[in-house]
Design a binder for this molecule. Structure first.
Ligand code: SF4
Length: 486
């Protein structure tokens, strides 16, 4: 699959150490996705319980798995996990192989909520290797997550997973398989790093782990950072030789905000639309609540009423200002990891902490409003109080999204992580000094704590989570102060 994405990626995957080329470090969010994949894989085995396991002791020991699988089949085993086969120098391991009365059926587990072309291609390779190893397959299926499943009580794995046959699709891909394999074997045997320009394939279907190497000549701020520019236009510019913003041809068709982003960068100009800013902040009703949520999303729903991958609230930070420019009071909530549904105390505390009057400022209203509406669905008895909170929400992102306030340092972005350092300097407002410094890491850290895969110091990590969320709302106080200043 790597070779289908990019031959250079495939070659580097095998030879990067020899060539002294480092793989990019996986983010903690990516690691959490892998950990989640493992959990889903283990759970899916329960669909076909009591099988024998051919998993190798180490990733590099699949040869033993092939022999073990062979032995299991000869011994009459009917359910084999991680069944491995080798044909013509190509190895394939199948998550679950099951023998029923009419023959063998193969199942590959994915922690995704839909079938992709990549999965079908992957299954085609497995089918090719397994059937050529002498096992006739009656069917081959992908087992994936059913995102419509709502947990109530005990986890129902038959409802959590969808099993879908891809046999017909796979059969259509089989005739092209030997050529693909021959081509990729040649890539390896040639022992020459394939020449391949960077392109959309670097992130599709997966982010390549050699971006740090291949993209090193693309500057930190480039045409790829032009906000809301479609990917094909970014590549068109790049292929025309326009890599930095000053190289974008003057007559190239771009939107108003995109042109503004470029001219602001080239002339180092700041845009401040005082009239709109004034109108925006004048309408705020005090006390003013600066609110931010953190959420997690896991494949296997942990609590009643939740679905796979649904954003679930577990933490908030609240800075409250009684009057314009006043020192804020800080309140916060972070769920305990004790097996109870974190949303219940979250909602209770939020209703109490938000009082009954004054506007509630959030940054990107769609997110917070969406989560609040979901809690109403889950806990209708809180509907009246939660709706009152929703009705008081206002979005501090608007002045930056609308470009009423824009500086070249924002680099086209209105994310709080870009806007804050552009407008407010100082160590106490820096995400860089934090151990947990972005929402993805906060989310994956908490979900690891919940599902038992977290191996850090829980007490220290709670403090890091609190510090991160607190900075988000403190940042909002600081941004509002900046708006008032101008
Ligand atoms: S970064 Fe792009 S060009 Fe380089 S190996 Fe990866 S996919 Fe290929």
């Amino acid at each position: 699959m790597s070779g289908i994405q990019c031959e250079k990626k495939f070659y580097l995957g095998k030879n990067h150490k020899k060539l002294n080329i480092e793989k990019d470090k996986a983010s903690s969010a990516t690691e959490a996705i892998f950990a989640q994949g493992n959990l889903v894989g283990e759970l899916a085995l329960k669909l076909f319980p009591d099988g024998v396991d051919a998993t190798p002791e180490s990733y590099y020991d699949f040869q033993k798995s092939v022999l073990q699988t062979d032995e299991f089949i000869e011994n009459g085993e009917t359910i084999i996990y991680e069944a491995a086969f080798q044909y013509n120098g190509v190895l394939a391991a199948m998550d679950i192989l099951v023998k029923s009365v009419d023959g063998w059926r193969a199942y590959e587990v994915k922690n995704s909520t839909s079938l992709s072309d990549t999965y079908r291609m992957d299954a085609a390779l497995q089918y090719h290797v397994i059937t050529n190893s002498g096992i006739e397959l009656k069917d081959i299926s992908i087992v994936y997550i059913n995102n419509e499943y709502v947990r109530q009580g005990e986890l129902d794995i038959n409802k959590l997973f969808t099993i879908e046959s891809v046999l017909e699709d796979v059969k259509q891909r089989i005739p092209g398989m030997p050529d693909q394999i021959r081509r990729l074997k040649t890539v390896l045997s040639d022992q020459v790093l394939p020449e391949k320009e960077i392109g959309p394939h670097c992130n599709s279907p997966y982010d390549c782990e050699f971006i740090g190497n291949c993209w090193k000549d693309v500057p930190e701020y480039s045409v790829f950072d032009i906000k809301n520019l479609r990917s094909n236009k970014k590549w068109e510019l790049f292929n025309m030789g326009a890599v930095t913003l000053d190289q974008v041809p003057e007559d190239y068709s771009l939107g108003t905000n995109q042109l503004m982003q470029i001219s602001s960068e080239l002339n180092q100009t700041t845009i401040i639309d005082k009239e709109n800013i004034q109108r925006f902040i004048r309408e705020f009703k005090y006390p003013l609540y600066h609110l931010d949520f953190e959420t997690f999303a896991v494949a296997v729903p942990l609590f009643d009423g939740t679905r796979p991958y649904r954003q679930t609230v577990f933490q908030y930070s609240l800075h409250i200002q009684e009057s314009p420019g006043s020192d804020p009071k800080h309140l916060e909530y972070l769920a305990e990891v004790d097996g109870t549904d974190p949303r219940i105390k979250f909602v209770d505390r939020l209703i109490e902490d938000c009082g009954t009057t004054g506007d509630i400022l959030v940054y990107n209203i769609g997110f917070e409003r969406g989560r609040l509406k979901e809690t109403i669905e889950a806990f209708p008895n809180y509907a009246t109080d939660m709706q009152k909170i929703i009705d008081r929400l206002k979005d501090l992102m608007i002045p930056f999204q609308q470009r009423w306030y824009y500086t070249p340092e924002m680099r086209g972005s209105y994310s709080i992580k870009k806007v804050l350092p552009a407008l407010v300097k100082g160590k106490d407002v820096s995400y860089k000094k934090l151990v947990i410094g972005d929402g993805g890491t906060a989310s994956s850290t908490f979900s690891q704590m919940l599902n038992g895969t977290f191996d850090g110091d829980p007490r220290a990590t709670r403090q890091h989570l609190l510090a991160y969320c607190k900075l988000d709302t403190y940042a909002m106080v600081q941004l509002l102060s900046k708006l008032e200043e101008v």
